[in-house]
Write a protein that binds this ligand. Structure first.
Ligand SMILES: Nc1ncnc2c1ncn2[C@@H]1O[C@H](COP(=O)(O)OP(=O)(O)OP(=O)(O)O)[C@@H](O)[C@H]1O
Length: 349
């Protein structure tokens, strides 16, 4: 679907909406137009055909993306796939060479200042001044946003509270741990209460407990502030925390859905068995359940099923009732790494 960005006081329209009349099908066209309009209005990012070409090289090739208000949206892809370029365009740091995007209700081409006023972005490099205190960093940033002194003080105190840093307010940034500094980085870009927060690999350099704490912090921020988070990561376990994911490869979106649906769509669930009689097991499964079992590379009998968790106990009790002894039984479901491999031909990291 293509769409027209909403003019300042107008409405977004799906294609064909203008031609809706009283002929058959007009109502369907109207309702499609209304659904398309609702999708644009409920989205904090609505990009269609977003493109960035450099001389002799297309970095991003017609990307369609929809990020809904309040969701944590993960953006994955191999190195050089186009993640940073896409984010730069959505944050209005890089102009697109084609396509459209409305971010936080404003068109990135025609209202870039409004987009910037409504989003927060945290890239790899911290903007914190290491020799100033946590509170001073936040206060100065709030003033840079044009907030009056009193409001800046109130926002600073609130941001420190939200980041769990109220008791470290007067400590110099360079003395804080990596995890606390990242929380302060995030507080820094949230001072102007953005509707959408872009985070480019926010947990790089943090140890596993600090990574887990940062994700906990992001979830509570989302719950408290209701903002959406658009995040890139090179960690699979973090991708699992996202409400939805998009995978980009060679500048194109190759998959977009919730982690669960992306995995289940691969349809490669299986139960793996070690028994005292694999031949009889295969016969029982084929004759009674029409399941085709075969030996996997590890020598275990692999049985493709649609729901591995539910199938495992059923298969075990059936085999036991038929006199087969099951020594080992495991269920295997596809991982996000399998999803990534399927769509990009590469392992996640
Ligand atoms: N200014 C530029 N001029 C020319 N090519 C560029 C420019 N910026 C990025 N590219 C190219 O565009 C492609 C996408 O780069 P981009 O940085 O968006 O990828 P990425 O997915 O963020 O990669 P990484 O995970 O390594 O950061 C790459 O092939 C890169 O070399």
């Amino acid at each position: 679907m293509t769409w027209t960005a909403r003019p300042r006081s107008g409405t977004a329209r799906a294609p064909g909406a203008e031609s809706a009349g009283t002929v058959n099908g007009a109502r369907a066209t109207d309702s499609q137009a209304a659904a398309g309009q609702r999708e644009v209005e409920n989205a904090v990012v609505h990009a269609r055909g977003l493109t960035k070409s450099y001389p002799g090289h297309d970095a991003v090739q017609g990307v369609d993306l929809t990020v809904r208000a309040g969701e944590i949206f993960g953006f994955l892809g191999p190195n050089g796939a186009g993640k940073s370029t896409t984010i730069s365009m959505l944050c209005t740091l890089t102009p697109p060479t084609g396509g459209r995007a409305v971010v936080a209700g404003a068109d990135i081409r025609t209202r870039p200042r409004l987009v910037r006023a409504r989003v927060g972005a945290l890239f790899q490099h911290s903007a914190l001044e290491p020799d100033l205190s946590a509170a001073r960093n936040l206060y100065l940033r709030a003033r840079l946003h044009g907030l009056p002194r009193r409001t800046a003080r109130v926002r600073t105190a609130r941001a420190l509270e939200t980041a769990g840093l109220a008791d470290r307010a007067d400590e110099r940034v360079r003395t804080l741990s990596g995890g606390l500094r990242r929380r302060l980085d995030i507080a820094h870009v949230l001072l102007h209460a953005p509707r959408l927060l872009f985070l480019d690999e926010p947990t790089v350099g943090l140890d596993p407990p600090a990574r887990a704490q940062l994700w906990q912090h992001l979830r509570s921020l989302r719950a408290r502030e209701g903002m959406a988070v658009f995040v890139t990561t090179h960690y699979l376990d973090e991708a699992e925390h996202c409400d939805r994911l998009a995978i980009i490869d060679h500048g194109r979106i190759v998959a977009e859905d919730s982690p669960e649906r992306l995995k289940s769509r691969l349809g490669r669930e299986s139960v793996r068995l070690r028994t005292d009689d694999d031949s009889r097991t295969s016969d029982v499964l084929r004759e009674e359940l029409q399941l085709a079992a075969g030996h996997g590379p590890d020598g275990l009998l692999t049985v493709p099923v649609t729901d591995a968790g539910a199938s495992l106990p059923r298969l075990c009790s059936l085999l036991s009732a038929r006199g087969v002894r099951v020594h080992e039984a495991t269920s295997a479901t596809p991982t996000l790494d399998d999803v990534f491999m399927h769509h990009t031909g590469r392992r996640f990291d």
